[in-house]
Ligand binder design. Structure first.
Ligand SMILES: Cc1cc2nc3c(=O)[nH]c(=O)nc-3n(C[C@H](O)[C@H](O)[C@H](O)COP(=O)(O)O)c2cc1C
Length: 408
């Protein structure tokens, strides 16, 4: 009996080493519980919980630690999209459907991954998306992310629902972040935050326009049901994403919360008339809106569906990107986020016309798992993978990445 199982194990090891056999075929033929744990790990069916960010092989190793370490309600807040997660899944599948067409016989020893946005050169097209409440994932919260962004020289966008003030974050980052605002018809709070971001030295304002209609975050609700802690000790009796947040000091939340669905293009004009900051609109998913952005003086568009957290049944953002790029016709830069999990995904976005990309959940996994070191590891993994893909496809600089290098 023992001999039979040893033979099976050896056969599995032999087959695993064979490039001709796909792992998918294995999982159908053999039951998981029959397998040697090492083989399960190789097949990525069961992740080992790493003890140090240095041990991470890919960004999902950090996700596994974050999931284990964080309170269920906090992990659920990162994980959730809306309803049955079709928008979030579309973001991920959009990238998987695209394949790379590589060029060969090129000298790819030197790879230049730098990009320039608003006249500022960055070493990589990978930026940090605005996400709220970082102290829910690590005590150092936004400061840990800012220090990682500083060490890795990364563009950092800061959410208006940050748990640390923009002044402190800018100091930790060593240069001003791009400050993100929610589009609401509550001008007093918008104006207050615009002036505060300006005074802190921020040169770029992001207006997020996709949080319209209350998103039904079912995954989050399910994780919250698993959480047995006394949440009111931190959250108080009335839970609100805005209450107690430093950028909302002095804002009448009753008025603010009532002002979600009222805005229109006048808000864009009003902001443009109010500030000299560059204006980025985040959350565009339609060519016609992209055109209107250009007509209304927007300086950069981020194609985004909020990581599948706002609208139900969205197309994957990588599928939306081409129509927005075509509509904008080179007049302003376009970025994209949502579902970027590999260096090859960055490559695909750039091949379809994005100037740069931003990531949300991946760096929050790093933060939740190991704080600043975890965020830095996530950035390192993306950088290494992206550089390798550039070498594999024969692109030595960003302007050599083109849509001819993709196929579906
Ligand atoms: C936990 C979490 C909080 C977020 N908070 C904000 C926010 O405050 N403002 C905003 O514009 N986008 C927010 N987003 C959306 C991100 O900026 C970004 O669009 C999205 O995370 C990209 O998708 P990805 O997580 O698949 O990378 C949040 C996303 C997550 C996961």
């Amino acid at each position: 009996m023992k001999k039979l199982s040893d033979n099976r194990r050896n056969l599995l090891k032999f087959l695993l080493a064979s490039p001709l056999i796909s792992t998918a075929a294995f999982t159908q033929e053999f039951q998981m519980d029959e397998m040697d744990p090492d083989i399960q790990y190789l097949l990525n069916l069961q992740k080992k919980l790493i003890a140090s960010p240095d041990d991470a092989i890919n960004i999902f190793d950090l996700e596994a630690v974050a999931r284990r370490s964080l309170p269920p309600a906090h992990y659920g807040y990162i994980a959730t999209g809306v309803a049955d997660e079709r928008s979030q899944i579309s973001n991920l599948l959009g990238y998987k459907k695209l394949k790379l067409r590589a060029r060969r016989i090129r000298d790819v020893r030197e790879i230049d991954t730098s990009v320039t946005i608003f006249g500022r050169k960055w070493p990589s097209p990978l930026a940090i998306a605005p996400t709220g409440h970082h102290r829910a994932y690590h005590n150092n919260g936004e400061l840990a992310v800012a220090r990682a962004a500083k060490n890795k020289e990364r563009l950092m966008m800061l959410s208006n629902v940050t748990s640390t003030s923009v002044e402190e974050v800018n100091e930790a980052r060593g240069e001003p972040v791009w400050f993100q605002l929610y589009a609401r018809d509550h001008w007093p709070s918008s104006l207050k935050m615009i002036r505060r971001a300006e005074a802190a030295g921020c040169e770029v304002l992001i207006l997020t326009v996709d949080m319209v209609g209350a998103g039904k975050r079912e995954t989050q609700d399910r994780f919250m049901m698993m959480d047995r802690r006394n949440c009111s000790a931190c959250h108080g009796d009335v839970r609100s994403p805005f209450r107690g947040r430093p950028m909302y000091e002095g804002v009448n939340l009753d008025d603010y919360l009532g002002a979600q669905e009222l805005f229109n293009w006048d808000l864009i004009k009003r902001i443009k008339d109010t500030t000299n900051m560059k204006l980025v609109v985040k959350g565009i998913t339609h060519a016609l809106d992209a055109k209107l952005c250009v007509e209304n003086g927007v300086d950069l568009i981020i194609v985004s569906n909020h990581g599948g957290r706002a609208q139900v049944d969205s197309r994957g953002t990588i599928e939306i990107l081409p129509e927005v790029v075509a509509a904008v016709d080179g007049k302003i830069p376009v970025m994209v986020d949502g579902g970027i999990r590999r260096g090859s995904d960055i490559f695909k976005a750039l091949a379809l016309g994005a100037t740069a990309v931003d990531i949300g959940r991946p760096y929050l996994w790093g933060l939740g798992a190991f704080g600043q070191a975890g965020v830095e590891k996530v950035i390192d993994i993306f950088d290494a993978e992206f550089k390798t893909v550039m070498q594999q496809t024969g692109a030595t600089s960003i302007n050599q990445i083109s849509k001819e290098m993709l196929t579906s």
